[in-house]
Design a protein around this ligand. Structure first.
Ligand code: ADP
Length: 226
């Protein structure tokens, strides 16, 4: 069952960083007198990384369960998606730069407002951009495009990353599903896209994906105009 699967996955994802934290804290305490500054800093950094991962996991689980239980329902309001895209992009700029990735935005001025839950759509954008950064190697590019089609606006997030294989493609929106491209830092729980899909479901919209391995990926979705 979904519940059993959830518990199995979560216990594993909780156990690993928790054991690592316990181990490192014990080491720091035991070797307290022999550790030099740099070693101490490294151990603490590892512990910090684990707490960040745990926090993110718990946060995402909480978010998903509230969405599932319909405890958080979309409160649609008119807003400028252009401005939202620009705000979110700006927030990710330092992280992108650090990874040697350029983020481009391409859209017409004075696009009409959409009607959607602004906080939830912000979340969708964050998750898609965060993934694009995570799965794109240095010197890559991420592009955000907005296009009007009839009574809807379509947003596309494309990257020049490692892409997703045809085998993985149908599964990436499943909870806890993650695959291994570019995975040197193992930090995701595989919940980001499940949250994206759930939010768009609640808006009556679909998330679409096209991808080619070692070329890149495009995620897209539409929102109704106000
Ligand atoms: P994760 O925490 O692993 O990023 P997500 O639910 O956000 O979890 O994504 C699920 C999986 O989909 C990822 O593990 C990765 O394999 C794949 N994926 C998502 N976005 C991209 C992307 N932009 N490029 C390549 N692969 C991606």
């Amino acid at each position: 069952s979904l519940r059993r699967e959830l518990i199995a996955n979560v216990s594993h994802d909780l156990r690993t960083p928790l054991s690592s934290m316990q181990g490192y804290v014990e080491t720091v305490m035991m070797k307290n007198n022999v550790l030099n500054e740099e070693e101490r800093r490294q151990y603490l950094q590892t512990i910090l990384d684990s707490t960040i991962r745990l926090n993110k996991l718990v946060q995402e689980l909480f978010e998903l369960s509230k969405l599932d239980a319909k405890q958080t329902l979309p409160k649609p309001e008119p807003f400028s998606i252009t401005e939202l895209v620009q705000d979110v992009t700006q927030k990710f700029q330092p992280q992108a730069e650090k990874n040697g990735i350029r983020i481009e935005t391409k859209f017409a001025k004075d696009l009409p407002f959409v009607q959607a839950d602004i906080g939830m759509i912000e979340r969708v954008l964050q998750n898609l951009i965060e993934n694009a950064i995570k799965y794109t190697p240095a010197n890559g590019k991420i592009a955000l495009m907005l296009e009007r089609l009839d009574r809807k606006l379509t947003l596309r997030v494309s990257d020049t990353g490692c892409g997703i294989s045809v085998v993985d493609l149908p599964k990436i929106f499943d909870r806890f599903y993650r695959s291994s491209c570019n995975r040197t830092t193992f930090d995701g729980a595989g919940l980001g896209l499940a949250i994206v899909k759930k939010i768009l479901d609640l808006h009556g919209e679909k998330i679409q994906v096209e991808s080619q391995e070692n070329v890149g990926t495009i995620f897209s979705f539409s929102l109704p105009l106000n």
